[in-house]
Ligand binder design. Structure first.
Ligand SMILES: Cc1ncc(COP(=O)(O)O)c(C=O)c1O
Length: 266
């Protein structure tokens, strides 16, 4: 029997390195918001081509933090409509509802299974303030058309890039860098998968970055000073340790996922 996805085989390659890294991690005493997370954020931002990356607890929280960040900045308010593809994973829609916003479901293009720009425009109303583009199955949504519409109707664009680590257009622009802010999931079955839950937000918006950095950590930047009504949405340091090792092989793995074989000699 051939397994559809053999996570054990994917992660087994890192066992020896992980044992060594675990030793360093254990002795570091930095188990939350430590150097491994800082390193991951810097390298993943660079990989996506964005100015900023924040490691967070999972993909759903990454999306929810983005919406709450925009609300905190006054760029979205309760009841605003967000357009989202009807065939996306439930998390995309939940992040909108859980942020006090209203999801408007739009059917996909039948060729790409991504949101149809023609359908999208038909659903824009006075209450529409944002569009969530989801790059489903590793395939980029038509960001040029979506961004044109966003400019025309003054909409915020958010990418749900949970299924598209490293997906790029013909100019080499990568998922996570086509919008005001993007959310990634590192759920174990994703192309870049952690050993548990993890996620990230990427953005070029410094204001949003600063707000989300506080929101993910109890609304706080300084210990015991909570400026915002925040959450506990930090990425575990141990997940960052593992993702730092695995990120180096993301491009190679993406190639091999396409081919159907994994390199065993990393
Ligand atoms: C398109 C999409 N969005 C969001 C998520 C949520 O990610 P997580 O499970 O890390 O919360 C997923 C994960 O399956 C997904 O596929």
């Amino acid at each position: 029997m051939i397994k559809f996805l053999d996570i054990h085989k994917i992660n087994n390659r890192f066992e020896e390195e992980l044992k060594n890294e675990f030793h360093t991690f254990l002795n570091s005493g930095q188990y939350i918001l430590g150097d491994a997370l800082k390193q991951f954020e810097a390298v993943y931002a660079n990989y996506c081509g964005t100015d900023y990356c924040l490691g967070v607890s999972n993909g759903l929280d990454a999306l929810t933090l983005i919406f709450n960040g925009f609300k905190t900045l006054g760029r979205l308010k309760a009841g605003d409509q967000v357009i989202v593809p009807a065939n996306t994973y439930i998390a995309s829609v939940l992040s909108i509802i859980n942020s006090g916003l209203e999801p408007v479901l739009v059917e996909p293009c039948e060729k790409t299974y991504n949101i149809s720009a023609t359908e999208l425009e038909k659903h824009i109303t006075k209450k529409t303030k944002a569009v969530m583009a989801v790059h489903l199955y590793g395939q980029l949504a038509n960001m040029e058309l979506i961004k044109d519409l966003a400019r025309k109707y003054n909409l915020i664009v958010i990418e749900d890039a949970a299924q598209s680590h490293g997906a790029m257009d013909t100019n080499g622009n990568k998922a996570g860098n086509f919008s005001n802010a993007a959310a990634f999931s590192f759920y174990p079955t994703k192309n870049l998968g952690a050993l548990g839950d993890a996620g990230a937000v990427t953005t070029n918006d410094e204001e949003l970055y600063k707000i989300i950095k506080k929101l993910r950590n109890y609304g706080s930047e300084k210990k015991y000073v909570s400026e915002l009504v925040g959450f506990n949405n930090r990425m575990d340091e141990l997940q960052a340790v593992f993702l730092n090792m695995k990120l180096k092989f993301l491009d190679v793995d993406n190639e091999f996922f396409l081919e159907g074989e994994l390199p065993s000699d990393i």
